[in-house]
Design a protein around this ligand. Sequence first.
Ligand code: NAP
Length: 554
Amino acid sequence: MRRTAQTGSGRSAEFDAIVVGAGFSGLFMLHSLRKLGLTVRVYEQGAGVGGTWYWNRYPGARCDSESVYYMFSDHMSEEILSEWTWSERYAAQPEILRYLEFVTDKMDLRRDIQFNARVASAVYDSGRGCWDIRLADGGTASARFLITAVGCLSATNTPSFPGIDTFAGESYHTGAWPHEGVDFTGKRVAVIGTGATAVQAVPEIAKQAAHVWVFQRTPNYDIPGRNRPLASDYATAVKADYKNLWQKARESGFGLPYQVVERSAVDYAPEERQAIFEAAWAKGGFYMGLETFSDYLVNKESNDTVSEFVRGKIREMVKDPATSELLAPKDHPFFTKRPPLENGYYEAFNRDNVTLLDARATPIEEITPRGVRMGEHEYEVDAIVYATGFDAMTGALFGMGITGRDGLRLRDKWRDGPRTYLGLTTHGFPNLFLITGPQSPSVLSNMPVSIEQNVEWIAGLVQYMLIHDLDAAEPAREAEDTWVAHHDEVAAATLLLGTDSWWVGANIPGKPRTLYPYVGGVGPFRVICQEVADKGYEGLVLTRHDATAPAPAG
Ligand code: NAP
């Protein structure tokens, strides 16, 4: 493989690889490609590293994975792993951002990152065998490899409420929060949405605001996070056992080293079940979903038991019966939408200055200059917080104007839903690699674990190509068809497609309904990817640029 792309014009910057995004994925990809001796440029839209943790600075933003597992493993750096200690069970956004900045500086990554650089288009030139990138500011660059590290939840979604631009007060989307923060002291605030973001933000906003109206369309099964300062002996114990724990996480279903017991809730007597639920509820966190019973996603009857348990807890926690009934989900099974972790959310509804509104029974009709109108009632507010989520998994990719061979736009190819091979590659787009792409475990996992696996697989493939003097890698159409069929089959065996959620694209009008992440599990996915690699990247067509026929792959 000729390591540096030949552009012909000589004006465009040339690299071996271009990585888009400087969050967890982009930082580890940069580090991994550098180790192979490649020249790399990372383009990052923000003015700093961090990705999600750069943009989501809303009050209460914190990680829902336990922080000791929400970091790079020793595959990034043994030194960082031993030097860094988290202060809380679930790290807050400023601490995670500090961590990523620490990693960036420690690994000297900054010099290959261009900030304030939004990729406006990425077009594959078959003649030259490289990707041509155009930035929003007009800058251009070319590279043999294009790797997207844009995150799954980075293209914000603001519903097109009529009158949205007429509001005279302050408007914020949680996913693009002002860096200087927002002071809600004494203000009347509307929070639209009740997903994981709003569940974190509402208790914090309520501490300052004169009044908060929470506009709820669908209630969620919020699990107590039970955040607390991290005991130093716990952090030390985790560090001491880190290799074992991380390996367990890699082999697990969801990228967390929890003790999953294969059992169904329906096989237990009500009292036994209750004891298991209560123990997980007291522990806090995703243990409720992962360590109690293992068949919630495939067995509605089993799921009914945990759903009813959580509803009961909500009724206990929220004093006003009408409010607690409205907060108790009945329209979908537990964990078929991402359950938020709550640290004071339900309690917030016991405050006099927080009111829950039913935006399902009476939808928001318009935003007016003074506030939010539902039916006949206009709620006059000083600020509106849109906690309305993201065009997940494909929004940011489509926003980059990716165009592959023969002028095929990714947006057009995926018009009826994503089609990928392993979620990492897609036919018609040579040398385009997607980190945490659709049809990979991605958002159905503890992200750093999936990110490391994705990055290492991509770096392994690039290394293989270097060794074998190969220029281009592209999945065969049949391999892609087989993966999509497998992905769909696994998805269809679960309850996930039956619930409206962003996991199935239901939050964006017109978006194809399909399960976007792969639900086959982090461990099994890892094994599949490894087998593909062991067979000389089976399913990928690997070619030399000057050869017309595919080069032997083995
Ligand atoms: P979300 O889960 O998509 O929630 C968006 C909310 O806005 C939903 O309650 C939705 O209602 C509501 N909404 C959208 N359009 C509306 C409309 N027209 N009228 C009324 N309500 C409307 O977004 P999110 O809360 O930002 O969370 C997205 C994901 O980010 C989470 O699931 C999680 O994976 C991740 N996240 C992670 C963390 C963490 O780990 N620290 C924190 C926050 C978020 P419907 O449910 O009815 O659509």
